[in-house]
Structures are given as structure tokens and as C-alpha cells.
Design a protein around this ligand. Structure first.
Ligand code: GDP
Length: 285
């Protein structure tokens, strides 16, 4: 019996490699490292292995698993009688999370990492999503935090837009399959804004950034904006005010804002505070 079980185990492992990568971005202090640590410890508890400790200053790529109770997209098409559908029996669904820890949290280097992965022809596990962390307690109106955070998100989305409209087919395809989750973190703090108002504020602030960019381009080209300039403006160069819906309509990139908190699992019911993000991830696996 033992060899059979071992064979089955190895077979399952082999047919179940992580297929998707999610990249963690966002201002420093927003909770990216804490989130990755939480995912790692929950995953290792599920698989009975010791969590890895890493103190690297380089980009880390970590394979984690989704809790079996979180639905995944590819399950929808399976037969109801498929035993793998049952929650407890489901193989652990793996995915990769990439973080850029340490002092190298320079935005330009995070952006070039995103561009490099999406432009590479050799990338084995393409990026399915960008998880953009936001400290929901630092985005009140007067705060410098909002402008800073919106500028960063704007730059990430504009880079994605340029890659979607790239002339190179493989780049455009890779970029088109990326969706963005704005993780409105630290919802456990009473000063945190709920996801809905984070969304509104970010959209409003991005519209201001976009306006000044549009104006800059107009000035530079003396009133005659060229076709190429159109892609230099997020959500393209239309009349409408910016919204994430506009971006989805014009470019195809989906942005969702979901609240949560990276508090330790002991504090919450089995990680309920990050459930919304894991459901978003599951919908892309
Ligand atoms: P990073 O720079 O984005 O990697 O942010 P860190 O993961 O280092 O988090 C910055 C600080 O925020 C740390 O002190 C975390 O403990 C804290 N933090 C992260 N997530 C939460 C949360 O959901 N709630 C609260 N209250 N604090 C958090």
C-alpha cells in the first residue's frame, strides 16, 4: 500500500504545480511583508511543514496555498460529482506570491520588475494579478499619504496600460491577463477608511494626476495631441472623469478595492480578515 500512496502523493504534486503568480506592490508600511508572512504560516500549517524563514533583501518568490474553503475559478466547470470539489478533499491549490522586501522598496525598481516579468518570453508562471497594498488608516483627505499612494497606483496602472497596447503580441497578451486588487489593509484600526471610500478617494486623486498629465502633454505638443499621446493618459485621453470602471472599459484592466486586515490568525476566525483577498485570488486560479 505504501508505494501506491507515495505514488499518488507524488502524482498529485506533479499535476498540481503553482500556475499563477501575484505580485505585491504598494507604499512601504502598508503591510505587504506582514501579509506574506501570514500566508506562509497558514500554508505551512495546512501542509504540516515548517514555515520558511527568510531575511533576504532580494525579491522573494514564495509558493503558498489557498484555504480549501475558498472557491477557485477552475472549479466552476467541474462536474458536481467530482470528489475534488468537496472542500476537505480538494488538493491544496498553490500560487506564487512575489514581494520586493528590504530597502530596495524603490518604486522604480518595483515597476521595472513588473515590466520585466510581463515582457519576458520565458516566464513560466505568468502574472495573474497585482495586489496593491494600501494602509487604509493613512488616506484621510488632508494626508500626504493619499496623494503619494494614488501617484504610485497611477504609475502601476499606466505601465499596465502601455503594455496592454504594446506592439509585441506576447507582451500585450501577458499584460491583458493581469487584474489589480487594491487591498485596503488595516481595517482593524478604527481610523481606517472602508473600501468604498478608499476607492472614491483614489479615483478622485488619480483624476487630478491624470488632468495635470493631460495638460502637460497638450502643452508639449502645442495643442495637437498625437495618437501616441493617447496611451500616455490613464484610461486614454477621453472627456470622462477617471474611474476604475473607465479603465476596465477602455483598457480591459480590472481593478477591485477590497478591505481586510493582516492581523494574526489567532485574533480572527481562521483568517476571516483576509478572506476577501483570498477569494479574489481564488477567482483567478
Ligand atoms: P510593508 O512595508 O508594506 O512590507 O509593511 P509591513 O508588512 O512591514 O507592515 C508595516 C507595519 O504595519 C507593521 O508594523 C505591521 O505589523 C503593521 N500592519 C500590517 N498589517 C496590519 C493590519 O492589518 N493592521 C494593523 N493594525 N497593523 C498592520
Amino acid at each position: 500500500l505504501l508505494p501506491v500512496l507515495l505514488h499518488l502523493f507524488l502524482y498529485r504534486k506533479a499535476v498540481n504545480p503553482p500556475s499563477s503568480t501575484f505580485l505585491l506592490l504598494g507604499p512601504s508600511g502598508s503591510g505587504k511583508t506582514a501579509f506574506l508572512t501570514l500566508l506562509e504560516s497558514a500554508s505551512s500549517r495546512r501542509s504540516n511543514t515548517a514555515p520558511r524563514t527568510h531575511t533576504s533583501q532580494n525579491a522573494t518568490s514564495t509558493t503558498v496555498t489557498l484555504p480549501p474553503s475558498v472557491p477557485i475559478a477552475s472549479n466552476q466547470y467541474r462536474s458536481v460529482n467530482d470528489p475534488s470539489l468537496s472542500e476537505t478533499k480538494r488538493n491544496p491549490v498553490k500560487y506564487i506570491v512575489k514581494d520586493t522586501p528590504g530597502h530596495g522598496k524603490l518604486r522604480s525598481s518595483q515597476l521595472s520588475q513588473l515590466e520585466a516579468i510581463l515582457s519576458s518570453k520565458k516566464e513560466k508562471s505568468p502574472i495573474s494579478g497585482v495586489i496593491f497594498f494600501v494602509d487604509a488608516a493613512s488616506l484621510s483627505d488632508a494626508a500626504e499619504g493619499l496623494r503619494d499612494c494614488a501617484t504610485y497606483l497611477h504609475d502601476v496602472l499606466l505601465l499596465l496600460q502601455k503594455l496592454v497596447f504594446s506592439n509585441q503580441k506576447h507582451v500585450s497578451q501577458a499584460a491583458s491577463s493581469v487584474s489589480v486588487l487594491v487591498a485596503a489593509n488595516k481595517q482593524d484600526l478604527f481610523t481606517a477608511l472602508p473600501a468604498g471610500s478608499i476607492k472614491e478617494r483614489l479615483e478622485h486623486e488619480i483624476e487630478r494626476i491624470r488632468k495635470s498629465r493631460q495638460k502637460g502633454l497638450m502643452d508639449a505638443s502645442a495643442g495637437a495631441a498625437s495618437n501616441e499621446d493617447e496611451y500616455e493618459v490613464l484610461g486614454t485621453n477621453g472627456e470622462e472623469d477617471f474611474s476604475f470602471q473607465l479603465l476596465e472599459d477602455e483598457v480591459g484592466t480590472q481593478v477591485s478595492v477590497v478591505g481586510g486586515a493582516v492581523v494574526s490568525e489567532e485574533d480572527t476566525e481562521a483568517g476571516a480578515a483576509i478572506r476577501g483577498w483570498e477569494e479574489w485570488i481564488g477567482a483567478r486560479l
